[in-house]
Design a protein around this ligand. Structure first.
Ligand code: NDP
Length: 240
């Protein structure tokens, strides 16, 4: 039977690339999304991948959403925590709402979804949890104190949970992408984007498929000795 993989924010950008690459690799894939019904329906139509709408920042919504997926599709083997947002501003101009929205969606979400899948993974003694961090969680980014804090938190969360689950054959890893050509990056002003690209030794933005490929590698049964790690995919823009 094919393994079940759930991708949060799996209907657009990096998440959509992960969803389709996992489907093509033989997984039974479910894509979650937060609010953009139009994009989700178009994605579902185009790919045949079922979509489930729930807010990853909401604990009860995640518990219900994961439970519905398990009832309709089956026990979850691979949990890919990809959903994320930005609300950029220098700290002195950042509102509490901008701070909280980013922490909630990018970091609370890790607790919410992992809490919902872990009992099942522990019972079945198998699981792959893959969390999407960011280059800006590794190096910090001016104008993104909220996002940098959340994405650095994802790395710490990953390292701690990996130790808790190791004996149960559940690996927990994260991927730290550099700048990838998606809607999120399209929101960056062109002048700033040009200077970002100039600072990437590979000389271009990453492709969503290149991040999806990292996730597929970490999800593989043969990747069982890789846990608590951060896989950096940033064109050598930042070397940890
Ligand atoms: P996009 O903005 O293109 O897509 C974001 C996805 O997340 C959408 O499917 C969106 O759903 C979903 N989402 C947002 N908020 C919620 C929520 N509260 N509940 C459920 N789903 C939600 O993002 P990217 O593909 O660019 O980014 C994906 C991940 O990669 C993020 O975690 C991001 O921080 C990270 N990343 C991105 C980089 C980049 O350069 N693009 C670089 C480094 C990291 P909906 O369509 O309904 O809004």
């Amino acid at each position: 039977m094919s393994k079940v993989a759930v991708v949060t924010g799996g209907t657009r950008g990096i998440g959509a690339a992960i969803s389709t690459m996992f489907r093509d690799a033989g997984y039974s894939v479910v894509a979650n999304y937060g609010g953009n019904d139009e994009a989700a329906n178009a994605f579902k139509e185009e790919t045949g991948i079922p979509v489930f709408k729930f807010d990853v920042g909401d604990f009860s919504a995640c518990a219900d959403g994961i439970s519905n997926i398990e009832k309709e599709v089956g026990p979850i083997d691979v949990m890919i925590n990809n959903a994320g947002i930005t609300r950029d501003a220098m700290l002195h101009k950042m509102t509490p709402e901008m701070w909280s929205a980013v922490i909630r969606t990018n970091l609370d979400s890790m607790f919410n979804t992992c809490h919902a899948v872990l009992d099942g993974m522990r019972e079945r003694s198998f699981g792959r949890i893959i969390n999407i961090s960011s280059i800006n969680g590794q190096k910090g980014q001016m104008g993104q104190s909220n996002y940098s804090a959340a994405k650095a938190g994802v790395i710490g969360f990953t390292k701690a949970l990996a130790q808790e689950t190791a004996r149960k054959n559940i690996t927990v890893n994260c991927i730290a992408p550099g700048y990838v050509d998606t809607d999120m990056v399209a929101a960056v002003p062109q002048k700033v984007l040009d200077s970002i690209i100039a600072s990437i030794p590979v000389g271009r933005l990453g492709k969503a498929e290149e991040i999806a490929h990292c996730a597929l590698f970490l999800a593989d049964e043969k990747s069982g000795f890789i846990t608590a790690s951060t896989l950096t995919a940033n064109g050598a823009q930042y070397i940890t």
